[in-house]
Write a protein that binds this ligand. Structure first.
Ligand SMILES: [Zn+2]
Length: 419
């Protein structure tokens, strides 16, 4: 009985989410089309009509692809669960491997592989059709497959030990396994963050120290002014994959580094680079990164505790189309079902994360305005929005729900007011 109620809830939440996503996407597209004919007055002098319209068309194309992906993902989700895909897979695997740890790890690997195969046409289409059409794709087919292979090896090297430990804890650590799993998970995350810039990122890109003297001097002065112990300023060959530009901050402790995409450095003047960096330092100085980590760790504790409860409930499995095995462990299956069903029930909360993120963006902008020049950040932002073909006229509700960054016009208004 509970199992049926759970199935009904699951399908209802999934359908509601889909309808809502579809509605937001169609609002977004209509809003962009309505504003396509003219560049918004605020940007009229800085952005050409042609690039405004390119941004509109690019955003609409991406939004349409998003709708298709959401529908495919929902069908795959139903196929895995209520239509018996996972049930079939687990029965087939347990026959091959026997009921031990090998069965559990094979189930997770098979599930990941199948999901990856379903996703493949979308990443191919996104890179070689959509991005290509708008002139952003710089990737060769060879690099695309090399990246896929690297992704697989990195996920295996990091993921297999992680799931082995978690599955062992689920099996042997008693009813409080989720607490130990959480402690392990945090240590694992911190380790990955520590080794990411040194071990993982170089598998994908080349990094070299920033060699532009003027920029370097400005950055070093800025770091001193805001008393930030910068350990390295690097440039990354982002241009080998995409025309999009960005800057990011990575590592912690003794390995703090700022990374600029070469595409961004080419486009921005030294004073603009300084303003962008001040924004990134703002995130660090205002403890946004630490705050975000604390929230993620707290949430993972809550979710693991919920999983600790769910994995012993028969209705959790049967409600999602799986008969729990009597002779084999069901822990891997519980992990998969939890990963699949969690987003369906938490989608309604996703604006909370975007609202916080936008609040942090405003704060980092204000920090940059205080320590550098607000108008430099404004011109840098306009160039970045323009180069990335980010629309200047998103639907306000769509933006409020999804966007991690405030829309260009709102952001620039705030910055100009701070001057
Ligand atoms: Zn930011």
């Amino acid at each position: 009985m509970i199992s049926v109620v759970f199935s009904v809830l699951f399908v209802s939440f999934l359908l509601l989410t889909l309808v809502f996503q579809f509605w937001l996407a169609s609002r977004h597209i209509r809003h962009i089309l309505r504003n396509r004919a003219a560049v918004p007055a605020q940007f009229a002098e800085k952005i050409s009509l042609a690039s405004h319209q390119k941004a509109a068309d690019y955003t609409i194309a991406k939004t349409k692809m998003g709708i298709v992906m959401q529908m495919v993902n929902a069908s795959v989700l139903i196929g895995f669960t209520l239509f018996g895909g996972l049930q079939w897979l687990s029965v087939a695997l347990v026959k091959l491997t026997g009921p031990g740890m090998l069965y559990q790890i094979s189930l997770l690997i098979a599930f990941t592989l199948i999901s990856g195969i379903i996703e493949f046409p979308f990443s191919y289409y996104s890179q070689f059709v959509l991005e290509e059409r708008f002139g952003f794709n710089k990737m060769t087919l060879g690099l695309f497959f090399k990246d896929m292979l690297t992704n697989t090896l990195v996920s295996a090297a990091l993921g297999l030990p992680l799931i082995w430990v978690i599955l062992s804890l689920m099996e042997k650590a008693g009813s409080m396994w989720w607490l130990y799993a959480w402690v392990f998970f945090i240590g694992f995350q911190l380790l990955v963050m520590l080794i990411f810039p040194i071990v993982i990122a170089p598998l994908y890109n080349k990094f070299w120290p920033l060699d532009n003297e003027e920029v370097r001097e400005r950055i070093e002065n800025l770091s001193k002014r805001v008393s930030f112990a910068l350990k390295g300023i690097f440039v990354m060959d982002g241009s080998k994959r995409s025309g999009h530009g960005n800057a990011y901050f990575s590592g912690f402790g003794g390995a703090k580094r700022i990374v600029f995409y070469d595409t961004l450095l080419e486009r921005l003047a030294p004073n603009e680079i300084e303003a962008v960096l001040a924004h990134e330092l703002g995130h660090f100085k205002l403890k946004h990164i630490v705050k975000r980590m604390v929230v993620i760790f707290a949430l993972s504790l809550v979710f693991l505790a919920i999983l600790g409860f769910l994995k012993d409930q028969v209705w959790f499995y049967t409600g999602l189309g799986v008969d729990p095995m009597l002779l084999a462990r069901n822990d891997a299956m519980a992990l998969i079902l939890f990963m699949l069903s969690l987003p369906v029930f938490t989608f309604v909360f996703s604006p909370l994360s975007s609202i916080t993120s936008r609040k942090h963006e405003f704060e980092a902008d204000a920090f940059a305005a205080k320590h550098t020049n607000a108008s430099d950040l404004v011109t840098a932002l306009v160039k970045m929005y323009d180069d990335n073909s980010s629309t200047l006229t998103p639907d306000p509700l769509h933006s409020a729900f999804y966007d991690s960054h405030p829309s260009a016009s709102v952001r620039i208004k705030h910055l100009l007011a701070a001057q």
